[in-house]
Design a protein around this ligand. Structure first.
Ligand SMILES: NC(=O)c1ccc[n+]([C@@H]2O[C@H](COP(=O)([O-])OP(=O)(O)OC[C@H]3O[C@@H](n4cnc5c(N)ncnc54)[C@H](OP(=O)(O)O)[C@@H]3O)[C@@H](O)[C@H]2O)c1
Length: 248
């Protein structure tokens, strides 16, 4: 075990997107276990109401670099940095490509990670951890997921590259691939979501994985392994199955 991995309690965890779904469940989970949790969100009132016992509330839109820079000044150090904030918009008509939605998703899910890393990574201590929330959607292409899938594929590469470059800094990088999790983000979906987990179940799996300093987390395994199997099949077959699944 890494010598820095002992003594997990009382550590400082910073979570983006802590006002809903997985991020909020992570706040509750870490808080219950005695961690000092810094919660981040766009809405000050929502943060205060939903995460009342946070060590600190940081209010910023992840697309606003100046606001992130301001917020960073309040943070002394971070043990575990979890970049979780994200959005999902579907491209409903590929032919009349919705560039505005595409830019919004790429900006929020991928480009914003650059700003967040620029501001918060210097605060992560040697022996600390960085976790990036991507998606199991990157395992193979889904219909209408051009924007979301492309943004998360970028996150995958980012995490895997960072992991190599942060070895010398003694910072472990964890790439997280959730399957379908019941949150406001997926409540909008009108298609079948197999093996749906609750946000609490997702938070527990993320907590356990980070605690074990895993480099890659994917859950539920019955979904991600199925997707990995499908990715090996001829594209014509997996395309047929997936386009059917997402349009029910
Ligand atoms: N749910 C799933 O099935 C699933 C599966 C795979 C991956 N994921 C990923 O897991 C992460 C969390 O998703 P979720 O399902 O928990 O979604 P959610 O319930 O919609 O929560 C998203 C969080 O991100 C924040 N956020 C969105 N845009 C932001 C912005 N521009 N600036 C600052 N904060 C912003 C939201 O803040 P507001 O409260 O201000 O809106 C909210 O706190 C995302 O990265 C998502 O892609 C989710």
């Amino acid at each position: 075990m890494n010598k820095f991995a002992l003594n997990t309690q009382g550590k400082v965890v910073l979570i983006t997107g802590a006002t809903s779904g997985i991020g909020l469940a992570l706040y509750l989970h870490y808080k219950k276990l005695g961690y000092q949790v810094i919660t981040c969100g766009r809405n000050k009132e929502k943060l205060a109401e939903l995460t009342p016992d946070a060590a600190m509330h940081l209010v910023f839109d992840v697309n606003d670099i100046s606001a992130i820079e301001m917020a960073t000044k309040q943070v002394v150090y971070i043990d575990i940095l979890i970049l979780n904030a994200g959005t999902c918009l579907y491209i409903n008509n590929a032919r009349q490509f919705d560039g505005k939605s595409f830019r919004e998703v790429i900006n929020t899910n991928l480009l914003a990670m650059g700003a967040l890393l620029e501001c918060f990574l210097p605060k992560v201590i040697a022996g600390g951890q960085l976790a990036l929330v991507s998606s199991s959607a990157t395992i193979l292409p889904f219909a209408r997921a051009e924007a979301y899938g492309a943004s998360k594929a970028g996150v995958d590469y980012l995490a895997n590259s960072l992991r190599i470059d942060l070895v010398s800094e003694h910072i472990d990088v964890c790439l997280i691939h959730p399957g379908f999790i019941k949150t406001p983000l997926t409540d909008k979906n009108n298609f079948a979501m197999p093996f749906l987990l609750t946000a609490e179940q997702a938070a527990d799996r993320i907590y356990q994985g980070i605690k074990r300093r895993k480099h890659y987390l994917h859950f539920p395994k019955r979904l991600t392994l199925l997707l990995k199997l499908l990715a090996f099949l001829p594209q014509s077959f997996s395309r047929l199955l997936l386009s059917k699944g997402l349009n029910t």
